[in-house]
Design a protein around this ligand. Structure first.
Ligand code: AP5
Ligand code: MG
Length: 216
């Protein structure tokens, strides 16, 4: 199974990708997480990419396509990949299609999370992330058991640099300009499966599971 999950910033891609991974035994390829990890480790890629993501812009396509190509040469356990945050432009989707062809991998489904922009702002501005394992919480909708502390490893939670108001505004603008056309691309290919992302986390997941169980 190879699944792509598409949606605007804060739609719940990461939250749902983790649930899907656990249930279907897939490897999550989250380009945002990979870039942030590179930044934490101080790699050249990490420093270069941070110039773009810290202000809410997109990292150039050639950098991202090379990154995904590299990731997909690594042996991974499980039944396939879930792509979270990639592709994000039509150029990236075309390159991913080439990589799938080269590796003879099937594309099982493209899940598109539909969420209103007002809701996205609420979700992003109160998101907190574990500094160690990257698990994501929401101060109201999905709080940790102990305020400010990760349930999994007791590490402190922090706010992502690009969850500050100016960066959020830019991310939503960039989404409309560069990623919405990607949804149309997958619709035209007959691959897009829209899911009502405004519902609660478990209800959204039930919709996704219903789609994926039919693809098994
Ligand atoms: P990335 O990390 O992918 O950020 P994003 O796309 O902006 O999406 P987010 O991670 O912010 O949101 P999400 O949809 O995962 O939502 P989450 O589950 O956390 O990328 C960051 C940056 O890296 C980009 O801006 C770009 O610069 C660069 N980049 C990455 N990939 C790239 C690419 N391919 N090309 C170019 N540049 C790239 O949920 C959000 C919050 O809401 C959480 O608090 C969560 O608890 C809560 N929540 C989730 N679901 C629900 C629900 N159903 N109800 C209520 N609350 C919910
Ligand atoms: Mg995410």
């Amino acid at each position: 199974m190879n699944i792509i999950i598409v949606g605007p910033p804060g739609a719940g891609k990461g939250t749902q990708a983790k649930l899907i991974c656990n249930e279907y035994n897939l490897t999550q390829l989250s380009t945002g997480d990979i870039l942030r990890e590179n930044y934490r480790q101080g790699t050249m890629l990490g420093k270069e990419a941070a110039k773009y993501w810290s202000v809410g812009g997109l990292v150039p396509d050639d950098i991202m396509i090379n990154l995904i190509r590299q990731e997909m040469t690594k042996p991974v356990p499980g039944n396939g990949y879930i792509f979270d945050g990639f592709p994000r432009t039509v150029a990236q989707a075309l390159s991913l299609r080439d990589i799938f062809d080269e590796l003879t991998l099937p594309l099982t489904a493209v899940i598109v999370l539909d969420v209103d922009f007002d809701e996205l702002i609420k979700r992003l501005s109160a998101r907190r992330t574990c500094t160690k394992c990257g698990k994501t919480y929401h101060m109201m909708f999905n709080p940790p058991k102990v305020e400010g502390i990760c349930d999994l490893d007791n590490e402190p939670l922090c706010q992502r640099e690009d969850d500050k108001p100016a960066a959020i505004e830019n991310r939503l603008k960039v989404f409309k300009e560069q990623t919405l056309p990607l949804e149309k691309f997958f619709e035209d290919e007959g691959k897009a499966q829209h899911v009502p992302g405004m519902l609660g986390i478990n209800e959204v997941y039930a919709h996704i599971k219903n789609i994926l169980d039919k693809c098994k």
